[in-house]
Design a binder for this molecule. Structure first.
Ligand code: FES
Length: 177
């Protein structure tokens, strides 16, 4: 064999064998099916979010305390990530979430600090003798006259721990300024 034999153009390869063709067809079909599944999955996810919007997407659960550390009549001041002042009070001894309540501790009248009075079964604002029932509804003083109740926050108990639902900080409007 001369050196020039290597330089000769090679004869074109024949058509792919049936096995090779079958392999490529199967691979192409799988790739197409995968693409369709991914597309429909994305579409289904978008449709699900549209049809069943999660009202809690902009909120999160934050640990407050373990149940055994709060006795009936106890209250706990709590600060949310956005700076809101909360008071969490234990009003019952059933051992579930219905024992607890979380309310804004800022009086809706002029913003004084409201605290839980277990012996009087009420939340009380000392500034102008504003009083609120155990659910935060105004019952006496200027807040009652104006129908201003305390804002309430959802709570939940999970494995003996108490959690409060709070708004997420990154949902606050940062476009201003
Ligand atoms: S500030 Fe609370 S009653 Fe006035």
């Amino acid at each position: 064999m001369s050196k020039h034999d290597d330089d000769k153009p090679k004869a074109p390869a024949g058509p792919p064998s049936p096995e090779r063709r079958s392999f490529f067809t199967t691979a192409a079909n799988l790739a197409m099916a995968g693409g369709l599944v991914a597309s429909y999955g994305t579409l289904a996810g978008m449709a699900g979010r549209f049809l069943y919007p999660s009202k809690n997407r902009d909120r999160a659960w934050m640990y407050v305390a373990d149940l055994v550390s709060m006795k009936v009549g106890d209250s706990l001041p709590f600060k949310l990530p956005d700076g809101s002042a909360i008071v969490v009070a234990r009003q019952g001894e059933r051992g579930d979430v219905s024992d607890f309540i979380a309310l804004s501790s800022v009086c809706p009248h002029l913003g004084c600090h409201v605290h839980w009075e277990a012996n009087n079964n009420r939340f009380f604002c000392p500034c102008h003798n504003g009083a609120f029932d155990p659910t935060g509804r105004a019952t006496e003083g200027p807040p009652a006259a104006a129908g201003q109740s305390l804002g309430r926050y959802p709570l939940r108990v999970d494995r003996g721990l108490l959690f409060i639902e709070v708004p997420l900080e990154d949902n606050q409007d940062t476009s201003a300024g």
